[in-house]
Design a protein around this ligand. Structure first.
Ligand SMILES: [Zn+2]
Length: 222
């Protein structure tokens, strides 16, 4: 288990989010008016089982406890992790003051982590993820296995991921550098569109990049 996983495992997302939002129990989940957009009818859902949150309203996005704190406090991944590590009583190793280049590298990894969380949320929750869910069902990969493998779904839109990551403080330049965006003829756009996503892990178990599988011609490709 890496540090990020350890911090997440020791915290309950419901406790953390309850500090910011009054959650109401709704079956196996909790709901509240979304803290990220203005609404009267609650469409912000926290699911303890998956330790995730999702706004089914205007935001149409979600993530884990770290992305929640990043978004709510408007801070970077490393700051949010530090804050939550203190709360969880986890001592972060090897995170001494780093050089600018190390910091840049950390941010690129953080962008990948955040992208992976977003893809994972869409695979579970999004209408558009249905095709990917069917694909996995046919291969008898259940949701627990999909979560273990870190599988996700990238929507067919051109700017879904870009908007999400910019919304939590990443710059276009970083997203280009890490390969999540491409420079097209008419501007920047998401590189992965309408794909089943799987993370490529580095030696420390962090997301170094993504593999993607087309869901089209699925009968022909098996
Ligand atoms: Zn929202």
């Amino acid at each position: 288990m890496n540090e990020v996983e350890e911090v997440k495992a020791r915290l309950d997302i419901v406790d953390v989010i309850s500090q910011y939002v009054t959650l109401q129990k709704a079956g196996r989940s909790f709901k509240a008016p979304c803290p990220f957009h203005s609404e009267r009818t609650p469409s912000f859902i926290v699911t303890p089982e998956r330790q995730s949150w999702h706004c089914f309203g205007a935001c149409g996005t979600g993530g884990d406890v770290i992305t929640f704190v990043m978004k709510k406090e408007a801070i970077e991944f490393s700051e949010a992790l530090k804050m939550l590590a203190e709360r969880a009583g986890v001592k972060l190793q090897g995170r001494r003051e780093s050089s600018q280049e190390q910091r840049r590298r950390e941010r690129l990894l953080a962008a990948n982590e955040a992208a992976g969380d977003w893809f994972g949320e869409l695979l579970v929750n999004d209408k558009a993820g249905a095709q990917a869910r069917e694909y996995l069902e046919r291969r008898q990969i259940d949701s627990a296995a999909a979560k273990d493998f870190g599988l996700g779904y990238s929507p067919a839109a051109w700017d879904g991921l870009r908007n999400h990551l910019r919304g939590i403080g990443f710059e276009d330049e970083e997203l280009l550098r890490v390969g999540l965006l491409l420079q097209g003829d008419s501007g920047l756009h998401d590189r992965f569109r309408g794909r089943l996503m799987f993370p490529i892990r580095d030696e420390r178990g962090r997301t170094a990049g993504f593999g993607a599988r087309s869901l089209e011609n699925r009968d022909a490709s098996g």
